[in-house]
Design a protein around this ligand. Structure first.
Ligand code: XMP
Length: 513
């Protein structure tokens, strides 16, 4: 696919994805690459500009990440941010001063040259700093274009080669001139056409998939979640019934989920959809298992088995499609980014390809979640699918603490249904990132009418979050909490107590298991 793009070289900054977001908001495609990417793998005609991200290292420390020196000879504009600026300085013969104190937070930026990068930027503005070292002597050909109280060279430029460096972070909201600066780099300096949109993405992707797949068949595990659903509709647009979607009812789904998926995807979108009821197989395999990670492993393995069986019975399948998103890709690639420890093994269809020897098709792998939703809207997918809260692969099994049985799944489905429906009625569903109910492995005493009851306890959990990595419990108004608890206790047989989870992540996690 030939399209103009900006490359972002990832030196380990926590803000990398923010840089990418800002560039994409300007309708320009961008990719995040690790510092050691192969320069041969890029097409200099496509790459309009390169951004060196910030990073935690010091350019002089042992093992500090570097980039390929040849990047400076491609005739492509470069913008270095923080560590990126220091790296430009070091690699082109300037000097970086080591500092033992980090300058952190707001700083007043004073622009001394408004040409190109700082066009339309006020003389003074607030910028966000987060650095230890700073440039002491600029490389040959560079001039200072901004200063701050603590940093005499807060930004520099080589206008002949179109190399720029800023000591602050233009990608964060606190930097007042940040948006203008990135726009100037992308549009004025790199001269991007800025014609990348979800519409053009769909057109390009559809034509790509068509020419890749040819007459072969593709299978996709459709969960009904946003990512696999959008991937399915997109691929269906490209190759129609050569795409076979497999929806596995593992008995751990939410109320009416299987019906909804059939209704929307088979009837409305006319997908070639196979629905497999494997609930007994899953529940049998889970019998007596209480350990969360063991549950995940069993579910992952059973899923692979069921999927494999279906794929074989379809025959002639060459490709496996997945709804992988960009953040998953960056995390697994980045030398610095990914989470350091596996807290929970997340089982998607990730284990499938190696076993099945299928080629992968991942049409959403360069998109962020909200871009995927935009693609879905372009494809006229209903809000009911696009606005759905995330649902874990292992489903209700990790929300039933202890033993997972059909009876307990049934109770939890009803509890969850009353909770989610009340949130929708009260117009709170879309304001909450994820909400669900959990069935606890204990019973408590209650009184209903004149009778003593001894029944299950359900917990309800609702969180606000941006990406699920951190989360806060949602401040649901008391009157709504009252309605939720009334409905659950009155309408769901087998539950006589409801508790609201008021823990944030960290230190808790979103799911209970
Ligand atoms: P935690 O509980 O780790 O959840 O704070 C963060 C997000 O990930 C989802 N989650 C999973 N998703 N397989 C999945 O596909 C899993 O095993 C799994 N465990 C947690 C969780 O619902 C939340 O959105």
């Amino acid at each position: 696919m030939s399209r103009e793009k900006i490359l972002i070289i990832d030196f380990g900054s926590q803000y990398n994805q923010l840089i990418a977001r800002k560039v994409r908001e300007l309708n320009v495609f961008c990719e995040i690459l690790p510092p050691d990417f192969s320069i041969e793998s890029i097409d200099p005609k496509e790459v309009k500009g390169i951004i060196f991200s910030g990073g935690p290292a010091s350019v002089y420390s042992k093992g500090a990440p570097q980039c390929d020196r040849r990047l400076f000879s491609l005739g492509i504009p470069i913008l270095g941010i923080c560590y990126g600026m220091q790296l430009i300085s070091k690699m082109l013969g300037g000097d970086v001063a080591k500092s033992h104190r980090r300058e952190y937070g707001r700083a007043s930026l004073n622009v001394t040259n408004h040409k190109l990068l700082f066009k339309d930027v006020p003389k003074t503005s607030i910028s966000w700093m987060s650095h230890g070292d700073k440039v002491r002597r600029m490389p040959k050909g560079f001039i200072r274009i901004a200063k701050s109280a603590n940093t005499s060279i807060a930004a520099f430029a080589d206008f002949n080669r179109n190399f720029f460096g800023v000591q602050f972070h233009p990608e964060v909201e606190h930097t007042q001139a940040g948006k203008t600066l990135i726009k100037n780099f992308v549009k004025l300096i790199c001269r991007c056409r800025a014609d990348w949109s979800m519409k053009s993405f769909i057109t390009e992707t559809v034509s790509d998939i068509r020419s890749t797949v040819g007459h072969d068949k593709v299978i996709l595990g459709l969960s009904g979640g946003v990512d696999s659903s959008v991937a399915a509709i997109l691929i269906n647009k490209a190759i129609g019934h050569k795409l076979v979607c497999i929806f596995v009812d593992n008995g751990l789904l939410r109320k009416d989920e299987a019906v909804l998926v059939k209704e929307i995807f088979r009837k409305h979108f006319k997908l070639n959809l196979r629905c497999v009821d494997a609930s007994e197989e899953f529940l049998t395999n889970l019998r007596g298992v209480t350990e969360p990670e063991k549950k995940r492993k069993i579910i992952g393995r059973t899923f692979i088995k069921v999927f494999d069986r279906e794929a074989k019975s379809i025959g002639n399948v060459k490709y496996l499609a997945q709804g992988t998103l960009y953040p998953d890709l960056i995390e697994s690639k980045s030398a610095f980014g990914g989470p350091s420890a596996t807290i929970k093994t997340h089982h998607n269809v990730g284990g499938l390809p190696k076993k099945m020897k299928l080629k992968l098709i991942e049409p959403l792998k360069y998109l962020f979640k909200d871009e995927v939703r935009k693609v879905g809207r372009e494809l006229k997918m209903p809000q009911e699918v696009l606005g759905r809260h995330p649902f874990p692969g292992p489903g209700l099994a990790v929300r039933i603490l202890g033993d997972v049985t059909k009876e307990r799944c049934d109770i939890l489905r009803e509890v969850d249904d009353r909770f989610i429906n009340t949130l929708k009625r009260e117009n709170l569903y879309d304001k909450i990132w994820q909400a669900f109910a959990v069935l606890l492995p204990i019973k408590s005493v209650g009184v209903m009418g004149d009778e003593r009851t001894y029944e299950n306890v359900a917990a309800i959990r609702a969180v606000t979050s941006v990406d699920g990595m951190t989360a806060d419990w949602a401040w649901i108004p008391y009157d709504v909490l009252a309605k939720i608890s009334n409905r659950i206790i009155n309408e769901v047989k087998g539950v006589n107590r409801v508790a609201y989870d008021i823990s944030s992540k960290p230190p808790s996690t979103i799911e209970w298991e």
